[in-house]
Design a protein around this ligand. Structure first.
Ligand SMILES: [Mg+2]
Length: 192
């Protein structure tokens, strides 16, 4: 398959789901990070499994390990949902990250071998592995046109992380690129 087809899919699927994306953007406070998400509140609202993006959500872009505050938050999530109901759904599931999770959260699983977000394949696989309907899965992602859109396409719940973890000091060029990309996504969603 064409390696960047998921990017084109972001625009075409994004156009199709433009109203839901707009609603999501308008209803998400600008300071939303994972720390605003209380696992018990999510669970009692019907969420039974979590699909977590990595870059921007658990750490700055390209980091091999989650930030300490993200680790604390994931421990709270593990206590509420159970580690086997939490999945890492990143378009970059690197070996270093897998090793770290195997050592620190062995019950949590990486979703791989699927088409990249915004295709719904990873969330469908999450539903099969978790044994819950897609409507009971929350996809936590800092990108509107990849993870959040994948959730809308799959019929899962999107959670837009509007204030992602960023380290301009560590990876200035990559972070600037993604900072602009997130900005352009919001512009796209507002304009279409
Ligand atoms: Mg991300």
């Amino acid at each position: 398959m064409y390696p960047y087809s998921h990017i084109l899919a972001g625009f075409s699927l994004g156009f199709h789901h433009r109203r839901e994306l707009r609603r999501l953007l308008d209803s998400t406070p600008a300071n939303t990070s994972i720390l605003e998400l209380a696992p018990e509140v999510l669970f009692s609202s019907g969420i039974k499994a979590l699909a977590l993006d990595f870059d921007g959500v658990l750490a700055a872009h390209g980091s091999p390990v989650p930030l300490p505050e993200a680790v604390t938050w994931m421990k709270q999530c593990e206590a509420v949902f159970g580690g086997n109901q939490i999945f890492i759904l990143s378009n970059k599931p690197t070996d270093g990250r897998r090793v770290w999770f195997a050592e620190n959260f062995p019950a949590m699983r990486f979703i791989s071998g699927v088409r990249k977000k915004p295709y719904p394949d990873g969330l469908k696989k999450t539903g099969e592995l978790a044994g819950v309907p897609l409507s009971a899965i929350m996809m936590v992602d800092d990108r509107l046109l990849t993870g959040c859109l994948a959730a809308l396409v799959a019929g899962a719940r999107p959670c837009y992380i509007r204030r992602p973890y960023i380290s301009f000091k560590t990876r200035p060029f990559a972070e600037l690129f993604f900072w602009k990309l997130r900005f352009m996504e919001r512009l796209f969603v507002r304009l279409i």
